[in-house]
Write a protein that binds this ligand. Structure first.
Ligand code: HEM
Ligand code: HEM
Length: 176
């Protein structure tokens, strides 16, 4: 498949929609009430789960779009930057999937009934299992923090292209 030179509108819409949802998801995750034995998800947790699963769905669609509509790295970049940006993009995909799936497994192991914004029930990935739930909680936290660090590196690189290299890399992801 021939790689295009520019991101199309769907790739840009997916990118910024997921950025916006992650910007809401982290504060909800940190501010929602702590979990206690035997509790069922309240409003904040239902929103956290629902937004997380929306991020999972959009990331899966976006990944399918990226694979079927490949975009070549910016041609003016030195090869180390092309390779490292491609690597960071793939790591971002893997970490978003790891964070969302570990969260979904956590909710499943607690035996919760979860819904998508109270509109429709969501399937569970596994049955009630307290020991597995404790283990996967650690994985969700490790994944969410690693994702945040890699997002930090990705954003720092984007800003370096705006303010230091002063090239067109940032424009590739902007409207137009
Ligand atoms: C990329 C998407 C997600 C991000 C960035 C994220 C982030 C977070 C954060 C920051 C916390 C607070 C943990 C802490 O105190 O350090 C948290 C907790 C939690 N998340 Fe997520 N989450 C995501 C997706 C999901 C999904 C899809 C589910 C379930 C379907 C989920 C279920 C939970 C649960 C049950 C907790 C409470 C357990 C705990 O404190 O670790 N998360 N999440
Ligand atoms: C303010 C925050 C962000 C800025 C300024 C930004 C900027 C950019 C830019 C300029 C590109 C194009 C790079 C190139 O062509 O080589 C890009 C691509 C990409 N960004 Fe971001 N980004 C941000 C947040 C995020 C977040 C939170 C994620 C995911 C968790 C993400 C994932 C990706 C991926 C996977 C690509 C590759 C293109 C694709 O597969 O659609 N970005 N970003």
């Amino acid at each position: 498949m021939t790689a295009r030179l520019h991101y199309g509108t769907p790739a840009k819409v997916f990118h910024w929609l997921i950025v916006a949802l992650l910007a809401v998801q982290y504060p909800i995750g940190w501010l929602m009430p702590d979990i206690h034995r035997g509790m069922q998800p309240g409003t904040a947790m239902t929103f956290h789960v629902s937004i997380g699963l929306a991020i999972l769905l959009l990331t899966a669609l976006r990944l399918a779009w990226r694979i079927t509509h490949p975009v070549a790295p910016e041609s003016s970049l030195p090869s180390w930057q092309r390779l490292s940006s491609e690597a960071v993009h793939w790591v971002l995909y893997v970490l978003v999937l790891a964070t969302t799936i570990s969260g979904w497994l956590f909710a499943s192991y607690r035996g919760w009934s979860i819904s998508f914004f109270y509109l429709t029930p969501l399937p569970t990935l596994a049955s009630d299992n307290a020991a597995a739930g404790r283990a996967i909680d650690g994985w969700h936290q490790a994944a969410e923090w690693t994702l945040l660090v890699v997002i930090g590196i990705h954003v720092a690189a984007a800003l370096a292209h705006v303010f230091i290299y002063r090239d067109r890399v940032m424009h590739r992801m902007l409207p137009g």
